[in-house]
Design a protein around this ligand. Structure first.
Ligand code: 5GP
Length: 202
């Protein structure tokens, strides 16, 4: 009989274009629960107000490449012209100790994690794509953030359209509405997944 260890944490892979609201969902979950937010490393420059070690581990390209060389990353990818990656240390020990981990990653990173042969990861993954309600709404959210230049917004908009084509690689797709509705649905999905895991392990 197939048994899944109920004490193993769940790994939430959350993707969606910039402006879809996925980071808000992931951060809120980590603030409201015991789930750990896997802080990513990046070579992009910090935005105003972003803190090293909290929002990201901000790194030079050299340091990032050194981590790749040392196999320290669970996954890494080039997104919007910068490198992003999740350090294994942000994920594996937490899952092993039974804690849930939430990863806010792009479609390439999610594909890498899904392809990992590690049975610990395979038994833990719940993957969700957060889809903006429309292209117009996405554009106005990107402009409304007021954090990026016009050039960066166009790059992010183009990347968004490409990412959205890959939503069917995900088990679940949440079409973003209001922040509250999105969060309610996200929590319900996670609750269902935990219950499923608990029942499977009986
Ligand atoms: P931003 O620069 O707006 O914070 O993030 C840009 C994109 O990079 C987002 O789509 C985000 O999901 C993705 N991203 C953030 N961290 C990681 C990571 O660790 N790995 C991968 N593959 N993508 C990431």
């Amino acid at each position: 009989m197939k048994r899944v260890n109920s004490r193993l944490g769940l790994l939430y892979l959350v993707s969606g274009p910039a402006g879809s609201g996925k980071t808000t969902l992931c951060r809120r979950l980590a603030a409201d629960s015991e789930a750990i937010y896997a802080t990513s490393a990046t070579t992009r420059a910090p935005r105003a107000g972003e803190k090293d070690g909290e929002d990201y581990f901000f790194m030079t390209k050299e340091t990032f490449l050194e981590h790749i060389h040392n196999s320290s990353f669970l996954e890494h990818a080039e997104v919007h012209g910068n490198y992003y990656g999740t350090l294994k240390s942000e994920v594996l020990e937490h899952l092993e100790s039974g804690k849930d981990v939430v990863m806010d990653i792009d479609v390439q990173g999610a594909a890498t994690v899904r392809d990992c042969a590690d049975p610990l990861l395979q038994a833990s993954i719940l993957d969700l794509f957060v889809m903006p309600p429309s292209e117009e709404e996405l554009y106005s959210r990107l402009v409304g953030r007021g954090t990026d230049s016009g050039e960066t917004i166009s790059l992010r908009m183009n990347n968004a359209l490409e990412e959205m084509k890959r939503c069917d690689e995900y088990t679940y797709c949440l079409v973003s509405g209001s922040k509250e509705d999105d969060y309610e649905q996200f929590l319900s999905l996670l609750k269902g997944q935990r219950l499923r895991r608990a029942l499977l392990s009986l």
